[in-house]
Design a protein around this ligand. Structure first.
Ligand code: HSE
Length: 317
């Protein structure tokens, strides 16, 4: 039975100031999906491990299942001759659900990359993006791309426009180290989007686009201090901070321990910080974890560089 095993990494979406338009991939953790050609036509989910039975097994309600079905439909409509079997997916969750680390995106991206490989790679990585975005629509009601694009393509990815989709790949500055602290809480992206106001003041908008532009400049220049300053988020962070117990204390602890900037990872509750060295990033991660512990919250910390590659094919058989 032909099969492909693919890993897709955790991602930090928004990156402070750049709500819905920027994200980057971590080296680890991530999710792994094994896809194989088997059974009757269509998509089936044969097993999900590591999810405490929280995720739907029904492929029409599962983000990975929906995305692979959308890919198959597109290929069939474009005249691509599909195999007579269907595609079976086995999902191994390495990421906690509702953590702000792009958990649904990682499974979805791993699944579409694995299915595309199984079929002889009819589409490029970039062409897979709209199908992976369909999974996000199922997960939270909004087909945002700031998790799926970096999980698929690696590095920092900027979404200049959604309609039409215009995606720009940015470098992965080697000198930037990331500490992410994930408290043992679940926060649904859908709920964290509902708290957001629909309009912003001109003053806040001016500050925000200054920061987003500076963040992109910092990424290109490999200037980690500039990237850190540019994480400042005048619009989303103040509203979502109320959903994350201890957010301001953990952020203050990260900055005091040497981070150059700190904000909410995706829609939270994970909090990420940027530092200029591995040593600093480790110290920052420990400080964040200690601060969560002081507030009686357990947390898991990951320290990583920006992953320049995105999803990786681990094995084919
Ligand atoms: N940009 C999305 C949001 C990312 O903040 O709602 C969710 O992970």
């Amino acid at each position: 039975m032909k099969s492909v095993r693919v890993f897709a990494p955790a991602t930090v979406a928004n990156v402070g100031s750049a709500f819905d338009v920027l994200g980057f991939a971590l080296e680890s953790p991530g999710d792994t999906v094994v896809a194989c050609l088997a059974g009757a036509p269509g998509v089936r989910i044969t097993d999900i491990s590591g999810d405490q039975r929280l995720l739907p097994r029904d492929p029409e309600r599962n983000t990975a299942g929906v995305s692979v079905a959308a890919l198959l439909q597109h290929l069939s409509r474009s005249g691509y001759s599909l195999p007579s079997t269907g595609i079976e997916l086995r999902i191994e969750k390495g990421l906690p659900i509702g953590s702000g680390l792009g958990s649904s995106s990682a499974s979805t991206v791993a699944a579409v990359v694995a299915a595309n490989e199984l079929l002889g790679r009819p589409l490029s990585r970039r062409e897979l993006l709209p199908f992976a975005m369909e999974g996000e629509r199922v997960a939270c009601g909004a087909a945002h791309a700031d998790n799926v694009a970096p999980a698929l393509l690696g590095g920092f990815v900027l979404i200049r426009s959604y309609e039409p989709l215009d995606v720009i790949e940015l470098p992965a500055p080697a000198g930037a180290w990331v500490s992410v602290a994930s408290p043992s809480l679940e926060l649904k992206t859908h709920d964290a989007r509902r708290v957001l106001k629909r309009s912003v003041s001109l003053e806040a908008a001016v500050a925000q686009w200054g920061n987003v532009a500076a963040l992109v400049a910092g990424i290109f220049q490999g200037d980690v201090a500039l990237m850190g300053r540019a994480l400042e988020d005048k619009i989303i962070e103040p509203e979502r901070a109320q959903l994350i117990p201890g957010f301001f204390e953990v952020k203050a602890a990260a900055l005091a321990a040497g981070a150059v900037g700190c904000s909410i990872s995706g829609s939270g509750p994970s909090i990420f910080a940027l530092s200029g060295s591995l040593e600093a990033a480790k110290a920052v991660g420990t400080a964040m974890q200690q601060e969560f512990a002081r507030l009686s919250l357990g947390s898991v910390v990951h320290v990583s560089r920006v992953n320049p590659h995105g999803a990786a094919v681990l094995a084919q058989g």
